[in-house]
Write a protein that binds this ligand. Structure first.
Ligand code: AMP
Ligand code: MN
Ligand code: MN
Ligand code: MN
Length: 293
């Protein structure tokens, strides 16, 4: 079964409307799909309508920004959540509110680095969105020809330690996991090897994540090399976490991996959809094999 359980629309920092993302996933053969906008659930109804029309099985999702310990941040994907859960709705609203002030602080830092008008510039890219993200700043900096592409903008200006980076307090891990679990969802650690933490710290985090109710970890992941996919598989086995499949698609031209092109899950892992009645309706072929491609 082709699953893809992590991607973005222009409700957060993706380029396409939720309906367009849904059509694209369907066109490329995805069978079990989730839209997981950053700190937002506003695109889910539109995505679900198109997904169901096209015969996709759809899970309501969101990618929640979390702060951990002194200055680390992680992304936790909630899958199969009830998007109307009051605690979740209030929690995500608080994160989005925090993003607005952070965006102004980013613009102040970029201004000091000689890049003027960045708040207004980023806001133009976030017109349809209800959050403002570093990805919107990155697109503006590329437009200004300050760097040739989004990745090099991050490397030079927006990543931790660079001139436009500002520290920020996101949700606590405890809160994010509670919102997801209380909303009936399953919590999955996004792109496990894309954080600025050492391997020991990542393992400490994963222990805490599991103890507090985290269920899964992205293994077949668009952000990872084949070697990293194997490393994530080892982490999944070691911590007894289920495995997810995640392109982290943001839009045409911004991703290395398209819908439907993710590698199969390595052998011997329990897929994150294993216990889901919704996915079980896929029939035996969906659940009999842990493999999905
Ligand atoms: P934020 O949630 O505002 O901190 O922004 C994080 C978003 O920026 C991610 O979800 C990606 O869309 C994008 N991003 C972060 N790091 C990179 C990178 N190195 N290259 C390209 N996009 C990135
Ligand atoms: Mn993003
Ligand atoms: Mn992420
Ligand atoms: Mn993402």
């Amino acid at each position: 079964m082709k699953a893809d359980l992590h991607c973005h629309s222009n409700v957060s920092d993706g380029l396409l409307a939720p309906a367009e993302v849904a059509s694209r996933a369907a066109d490329r053969g995805v069978e079990l799909w989730s839209l997981t906008d950053h700190d937002e659930v506003a695109g889910l109804a539109e995505a679900r309508a198109v997904a169901e029309e096209r015969g996709l099985r759809f899970l309501d999702g969101s990618e929640i920004s979390v702060s951990w310990r002194d200055d680390a941040s992680f992304h936790v994907v909630g899958l199969g959540i009830d998007p109307a859960s009051p605690q979740l709705v209030a929690g995500l609203q608080a994160i989005r509110d925090g993003r607005a002030g952070r965006a102004h602080r980013i613009a102040v830092e970029l201004d000091k680095a000689g890049i003027h008008g960045a708040y207004e510039g980023a806001a133009r890219y976030a017109e349809k969105a209800s959050i403002i993200s570093r990805a919107h700043f990155a697109r503006f900096l590329v437009e200004r020809k300050i760097s040739p592409d989004v990745k090099s903008v991050f490397d030079r200006y927006l990543a931790k330690g660079k001139p436009g980076y500002v520290p920020h307090e996101w949700a606590t891990l405890e809160d994010a996991l509670r919102w997801i679990v209380d909303a009936g969802g399953v919590a999955v650690l996004a792109h496990p090897l894309r954080y600025r933490v050492g391997r020991d710290e990542l393992r400490t985090f994963l222990g805490e994540f599991k103890d507090r109710g985290g269920r899964g970890i992205e293994v077949a992941c668009g952000a990872h090399t084949p070697e990293e996919v194997q490393e994530c598989a080892r982490l999944a086995r070691h911590f007894g976490l289920q495995a997810s499949v995640a392109s982290d698609f943001h839009g045409p031209g911004e991703n290395r991996v398209e819908f439907g092109q993710l590698p199969a899950l390595p052998e011997g892992l329990v897929p994150v959809w294993h216990d889901w009645p919704e996915a079980a309706r896929a029939g035996a072929s969906g659940l009999a094999s842990a493999g999905c491609a």
